[in-house]
Design a protein around this ligand. Structure first.
Ligand SMILES: Nc1ncnc2c1ncn2[C@@H]1O[C@H](COP(=O)(O)OP(=O)(O)OP(=O)(O)O)[C@@H](O)[C@H]1O
Length: 256
């Protein structure tokens, strides 16, 4: 038998007062791949991310991480098992410096009772590791600046750094290029490729050029169900996908 997928959903269902936002989703993400989840607005991408990362509990179905059930676990327990995620809405603390944001995230990996009230001065030991992460995400020059001073694109870089601080084996990125100009998009795409080395990355992404450039495989959602899943070059030619999504005139981000 082959190795278990890095992340797998089986028969995943999420209902909100009878409305099925996730409808019997089966999904396999293999270790080491970059997998993009795409689909029209309201297709259920964010709901699926929330189910995979424990922020929502499924109505039915299972989620496994390297073969172990995680769907009953709290988000922080899932992080400890090796899956972390970024959010569509910024999770950066604006009044802390860029470095402090990463230090706080590194500190969050320690047991709960100790983590909230630890003075920042006691976290100096984590500084070196924070600086390595900032270097990796291209923010070394901004380490001492308040996070509120970062541009939108730089904040997304910091968020990826914050997600990486947990040293995840599987990283979920929710629209990492949203709201960016072409320069920022290119920078973040390069960064995603870099952080994907040696780990598995799942991203929700509207920008089809980014998807085409980065993704080994893609899954297309529509009305909460999987419409198609496979290699980008195969899936983009699927007539149902063209009709549902790729054939549309570019919306946010634009199709390539
Ligand atoms: N907490 C909730 N209560 C009720 N309905 C919800 C809830 N969360 C999501 N939905 C509904 O589920 C559907 C899927 O929403 P979801 O945000 O997952 O889509 P999406 O593909 O991420 O959309 P977008 O691309 O616009 O971010 C939508 O119809 C949405 O209104």
């Amino acid at each position: 038998m082959g190795a278990a997928p890095a992340l797998e959903a089986r028969g995943l269902v999420k209902e909100f007062r009878g409305f099925r936002a996730t409808n019997d989703v089966n999904l396999q993400i293999q270790e080491g791949e970059i997998h993009a989840i795409i689909g029209p607005n309201g297709a259920g991408k964010t709901t699926l991310f929330n189910l995979l990362s424990g922020f929502l509990k499924p109505t039915a179905g299972e989620v496994t991480l390297f073969g172990q059930r995680i769907d009953a676990l709290a988000p922080h327990e899932i992080v400890r098992r090796g899956l972390s995620r970024s959010f569509q809405i910024s999770s950066v603390f604006p009044t802390l410096t860029v470095r402090e944001n990463v230090v706080v995230a590194l500190q969050a990996g320690t047991p709960l009772p100790h983590r909230f009230w630890t003075p920042l001065s006691r976290l100096e030991g984590l500084r070196d590791r924070a600086d390595e992460i900032l270097q990796a995400v291209g923010l070394s020059d901004f380490a001492g600046r308040a996070a509120s001073e970062l541009s939108h694109g730089e904040k997304r870089q910091l968020e990826i750094g914050i997600s990486m601080s947990q040293e995840p084996r599987v990283l979920l990125l929710d629209e990492p290029t949203s709201g960016m100009g072409s320069e920022g998009i290119a920078r973040v795409a390069a960064l995603v490729r870099q952080v994907a080395r040696g780990r598995t990355v799942v991203l929700v992404e509207h920008n089809m050029s980014v998807v085409a450039e980065l993704a080994d495989r893609i899954t297309v959602l529509q009305y909460g169900s999987v419409l198609a899943s496979g290699r980008y070059d195969d899936v983009r030619l699927d007539p149902r996908v063209i009709e549902a999504y790729l054939g549309d005139e570019p919306g946010e981000g634009g199709a390539a």
